[in-house]
Design a protein around this ligand. Structure first.
Ligand code: SF4
Length: 329
């Protein structure tokens, strides 16, 4: 398995977060026509922070480059991956490869996957499916992508096209880092104290996505009988956590969280600081400033005041600030 490390990370240093990726997005000329689909955000920005684990499933099953184009077709009610000239049905070969590859990726410790959109192999959604003798519908999922999402349902998975949207991009990267921390928890051994600690640190992040999930997950952990296996509890926790984190946060929800955090600090601030903070949150709510502005001000006050519960909140630093993702939402 190939690992592409960021240039800034020394070869003998610890690995940063690992991400699977459709190889054509890194600029590899593996598409059916011998071209690539290099994505600058992935290679030039996110690539400074992650180790890529690239793969091209079509090349991996022995189709050369260039190769005849393939597509999804509906045959007798089932979706099949076939060559356009009808020469070969590749569905079973691709599924077999996907099962083995995804097991290897799991063992390699990936924390997410970026897929090429619209591909009958890698596309995550809205892939064309050709109906018998008719027009294509856009309700397909690439064969490799489907197996990936079925076998690793908690893994953050996104398509490169959707990552052009700043809110989707920010949410995906926040999910990557949350999942990376989750893998660290599992590696240390799922236990009740570790689950409570994870939940405490991610409360405001969850609240900015789906406020109801904070209470639900707190109840799940708080009411679980001592006889419940912590590994089962962890699985149920991550099921619900994943669902909540798939919700892209809105300005209104962020505003609620910011006001909540400000409420914790209120007694420690003088009148002028309180007013400035309130005005900054208002400016964010009305779209005058991006999210990074009120968050930076909150972190400034926190550094001065010191409040351990807030300081450990992932919400206030969900990903490396050099990625500038909070500057664009
Ligand atoms: S979309 Fe997937 S299968 Fe197609 S060239 Fe890219 S990596 Fe290969």
């Amino acid at each position: 398995m190939e690992f592409v490390r960021p240039e800034a990370v020394p070869p003998d240093g610890p690995d940063p977060i690992r991400l699977g990726i459709s190889a054509c997005l890194l600029g590899r000329e593996v598409r059916y026509d011998g071209t690539h689909s290099r994505d600058r955000f992935l290679t030039d920005e996110l690539g400074k922070w992650v180790v890529w684990v690239p793969g091209c499933p079509e090349v991996a099953i022995g189709l050369g480059t260039p190769r005849p184009a393939i597509r999804l077709e509906r045959r007798d009610g089932a979706t099949r991956l076939v060559q356009r000239d009808g020469a070969e049905d590749l569905t079973d070969r691709m599924r077999e490869h996907a099962e083995a590859r995804i097991e290897a990726l799991r063992n390699a410790g990936i924390s997410g996957y970026v897929l090429k959109n619209r591909s009958p192999t890698c596309g995550m959604e809205r892939v064309k499916v050709w109906e018998e003798g008719g027009m294509p519908s856009r309700d397909g999922v690439g064969v490799f992508a489907r197996v990936l999402m079925e076998r690793m349902p908690h893994l953050p998975v996104e398509e490169e096209g959707r990552l052009n949207d700043p809110a989707l991009r920010e949410n995906f990267v926040a999910r990557l880092f949350a999942y990376w921390r989750w893998r660290e928890l599992l590696a240390a051994g799922a236990s009740r104290p570790r689950l409570f600690d994870y939940h405490r640190r991610h409360k405001f992040l969850l609240m900015s996505r789906e406020p109801a999930a904070v209470q639900e997950l707190g109840r799940l952990l708080g009411t679980a009988d001592a006889s419940v296996d912590p590994a089962d509890l962890a699985e149920r926790y991550m099921d619900r956590f994943t669902r909540a984190m798939k919700t892209t946060p809105t300005r209104k929800k962020h505003t609620n969280v910011l006001q909540h955090v400000a409420g914790y600090l209120s007694d420690e601030l003088d009148g002028g600081d309180r007013r400035e903070l309130s005005e900054t949150i208002h400016d964010y709510r009305t779209g005058l400033v991006p999210l990074v502005v009120p968050i930076t001000l909150l972190r400034h006050h926190l550094r001065r005041i010191g409040q351990s519960y807030l300081e450990e909140q992932v919400y206030l630093r969900p990903h490396p600030h050099e990625l500038m993702l909070l500057n664009r939402v």
